[in-house]
Write a new protein. Structure first.
Lengths: 270, 270
């Protein structure tokens, strides 16, 4: 691995993944990852720009930010780039009316979207709502469309809760793709459009930005393909085999967000 | 399409798919497809050998045969090749202990299989039992294995019930493959081993046999790759677009099993 000074030179903005970097979800909302509350606070006191870039699609942005604030994080709704609001924008631009297979917690994000007589399907991390009945309904809606359009809010394989690994939306996206013989449009990481809007909102160019995440493909691979640097933390869904991933190599691996922030404050923006 | 006489010359044995060819499942067990009861009877009175080759994995063979008999079909358990008994044979041969994600209706087929301390996962068409909780459990079992082994009883995309199209096991197989980064072993059509055992049980070589099914990929494509001829019926899950499938072309398309049997009795085994 190259020296950190070289790796982090010129970084002006930091995109932070939330789940698995700031906290692990679970019973009673979850738990902050040790050192992360203080790490975010230090980062925000620095000259670096900070933005949160999440694929969280079970909760509305308001609920997610409320939870993070209760866990002690300094974060506001306007600092968060999340897939549900991005999807609503696309639906409006293209005049699409979705059938929603989403968790009740995120449904309010779609309050102003016309869902009558659907001409597309939107799936998000629906958790327990990924029942056979709900999956079959989404499948039937798609099969009845002449040009089936499926949006998936992220395509993560799984995430980590305090109780263990949990299936994310990606496997269910793959299930519907196979069942219908189609390819989904991903809204969220690793989609280039999603990184683009997060960077625009932060006001930083890709080559000046670094992504910090626990997902070697969605966070690290996606950010790198968009021209950013990326660090993987060894928290959340990180597995040792990620450091030997056949396709993606992070610019650096750190034990947790606290270590990443130590390094950034020492070496970035020089 | 070549003349039927040429297409069917030399056929000595017929493999019949069950769901979508003999009957459509649904409320109260389902309904026989018009003409199929009589067509099976005529076939069995002929000089042609007949065997039933199904991917049905929601019901035990005994329950399936009981249902077909109640619908009027002349069929016995010993005439049916089905994936659950084939899977049990493989599990025993390889000393594997499965975690089962299967419908209660087929569980009895696994009564004599050791399921303690599982070192593989078997999924079948579990219907409503494809809950998030059950899928997540299967996922967690696989992720804890050093060499995760997943068996899928068939890989059909969907099937047709009297009430509409229903997701089959294939999409859920794809979901677990993606979540775990593995490839499943398919037990059932279109696996060559499965056609091989059905043909052996019928005592007919592949080039002397014809498959009749409603699934362009699983029935028709699978049988052709194994060296058999194959007809697709326009019943069950058949869709007009199947006749222009990008990869598979049936040797012939018929409206239903009755028409297939008319043609076979006229042209085969000459």
């Amino acid at each position: 691995m190259a020296a950190w000074g070289e790796l982090l030179a010129g970084v002006r903005g930091v995109l932070l993944d939330i789940s698995g970097v700031l906290y692990d979800g679970g019973e009673g909302g979850g738990a902050a990852i040790a050192g992360s509350v203080e790490a975010v606070a230090r980062l925000k006191r620095s000259r670096l720009k900070v933005r949160f870039c999440t694929n969280e699609s079970q909760k509305s942005r308001a609920d997610l930010v409320g939870l993070l604030q209760r866990l002690g994080f300094d974060v506001s709704e306007s600092e968060v780039t999340a897939p549900a609001p991005a999807a609503c924008l696309i639906l409006k631009q293209r005049g699409l009316r979705p059938h929603l297979l989403v968790h009740d917690g995120v449904r309010s994000e779609f309050d102003h979207i016309d869902t009558s007589n659907p001409n597309c399907v939107v799936i998000a991390d629906a958790g327990e709502d990924f029942s056979y009945r709900n999956m079959n309904k989404a499948f039937q809606v798609l099969m009845e469309l002449e040009n089936p359009v499926l949006f998936s809010l992220g395509k993560g394989r799984y995430y980590k809760e305090t109780s263990g690994l949990m299936l994310d939306v990606g496997p269910y996206m793959k299930a519907l793709e196979y069942a219908c013989g189609i390819e989904a449009e991903v809204v969220g990481k690793p989609s280039p459009e999603f990184f683009k809007s997060a960077l625009q909102e932060m006001g930083v160019e890709a080559h000046e930005a670094i992504m910090i995440g626990d997902d070697i493909v969605g966070d690290v691979g996606g950010a790198q393909r968009y021209g950013m640097r990326a660090l993987q933390v060894r928290t959340g869904k990180f597995r040792p085999s990620d450091e030997h991933h056949p396709e993606v190599k992070a610019d650096g691996y750190v034990d947790n967000l606290a270590e990443a922030v130590d390094l950034l404050l020492q070496h970035a923006n020089k």
